[in-house]
Ligand binder design. Structure first.
Ligand code: PLP
Length: 397
């Protein structure tokens, strides 16, 4: 049997409602969020609905999760000379957007939860450290209680990269709302989607205003008026705006989020309740976490064991795999300090210090991940359980 394992969670739910919402925008001939002959204010509506969902004061929709991270750095004034702590086990955008503002990442270790290790944060703080980018990997909340304590003690800013964890909670509070700001993605593989897109969230008006201006070419705009650049507060920026079509889709998707999350949870619980957890060690979650169950992670004690398991499952049509070919600090971008700039910005301006992330190096090769595709049916789940049981017996021989 070939078991679905694509990571398109929200994408699976794109349907009639999204189509109707897009048609409405097309009919209005108003695709730009701030102006049009018959503006539908889809982006404003999406931001309002997301504020309520996350229980946060400010939401700014933007072009993608990467730009939401860049906006977070800009809002917090991170720049040349600064160092930002970030886990080495993440997607490259978590680190490349630090470089994009002229700062450098310092890669830190993870713990068994596969998220940033608070101990490693504390060990790596230097006089140049300005902020921590926490990544809630694969829908699982990082240890925000410890991280916020450390940040307070050392006067560091906290950005939550919540690209993979929209809807996840820690002790009843949505992740992405613990730190100074949160960056979310609406890309095709996320909880909800409009293909590409993202949003920045904060409870701080000043940070929101800075992000809003930067994402709108640095202009100051009141409501839907034309922006001004003749205001002492304005600075240069870029265009990171979302379109009304994207927002119309995202708004419909947001209405389905509880259904999406509970369906993922049910699939996860089905598997967890039938797996022999004496044999299979499941990726642990931090205390109080209510993760978004986008995948199942099984931890093995050696790389060989993990490889054997993956091979066996793949031979039976079940797409377990390791998360990535390498940790991001091992990519040439960081290893050789490669830049698009002839003067090698920003490495030439801020010293980049490579770091050893021993636990991450050992762990990432020993965890087999399976995407809990939205297309999984009961027959697939049953089949997975039977193959997990079968493999156990093969190994015991
Ligand atoms: C952890 C993490 N951060 C940031 C991003 C970037 O989001 P986007 O693709 O919307 O730019 C992603 C996307 O996969 C991600 O997984």
């Amino acid at each position: 049997m070939k078991v679905p394992n694509n990571p398109f969670f929200g994408t699976h739910y794109i349907g009639r409602k999204e189509k109707k919402a897009v048609d409405k925008v097309i009919k209005s001939k108003s695709l730009f969020r701030y102006q049009g002959p018959n503006l539908q204010y889809m982006t404003d509506q999406f931001e309002e609905a997301m504020k309520e969902y996350l229980n946060v004061k400010y939401v700014l929709a933007c072009s993608n999760g990467g730009t939401a991270l860049k906006l977070s750095c800009i809002a917090l004034g991170i720049g040349i000379g600064d160092e930002v702590l970030v886990p080495s086990f993440t997607f490259i955008a978590s680190a490349s957007n630090i470089l994009a503002v002229g700062a450098v990442p310092k890669f830190v270790d993870i713990d068994e939860t596969m998220n940033i290790d608070p101990k490693s944060i504390e060990q790596n703080i230097s006089e140049r450290t300005k902020a921590i980018i926490v990544v809630h990997m694969q829908g699982s909340p990082a240890n925000m209680k410890e991280i916020m304590k450390i940040a307070k003690k050392h006067n560091l800013k906290v950005i939550e990269d919540t690209a993979q964890a929209l809807g996840a909670e820690l002790n009843g509070k949505k992740v992405g709302t613990f730190g100074d700001c949160g960056a979310f993605s609406l890309q095709a593989g996320k909880t909800i989607t409009c293909g590409e897109g993202g949003f920045f969230v904060t409870n701080n008006k000043d940070l929101y205003m800075r992000a809003k201006m930067y994402h709108d070419n640095g202009g100051y705009r009141v409501g839907c008026s034309y922006p001004t650049w003749e205001n002492t507060k304005t600075f240069f920026g870029e265009n990171f705006k979302i379109t009304e079509i994207q927002s119309a889709i995202a708004l419909e998707q947001l209405k389905k989020i509880d259904k999406i999350i509970s369906f993922q949870e049910r699939k996860y619980q089905y598997l967890i309740n039938r797996i022999d957890t004496n044999f299979y060690k499941i990726r642990p979650f931090v205390k109080g976490a209510n993760s978004f169950k986008m995948s199942l992670g099984i931890v093995f004690s050696t790389k060989e064991e993990c490889d054997n398991f993956i091979k066996y499952m793949n031979n039976h049509g079940i797409g377990f795999n390791i998360y990535c070919s390498n940790l991001i600090d091992k990519y040439d971008t960081f290893k050789f300090q490669n830049s698009w700039d002839k003067n090698n910005f920003p490495y030439s301006l801020t010293k980049y210090i490579p770091n050893k992330c021993e636990k991450a190096e050992s762990l990432f090769k020993r965890v087999a991940w399976f995407n809990l595709s939205a297309e999984l049916k009961r027959k697939h789940l049953k089949y997975i359980v039977s193959k997990l049981e079968e493999y156990k017996n093969v190994r015991c021989w």
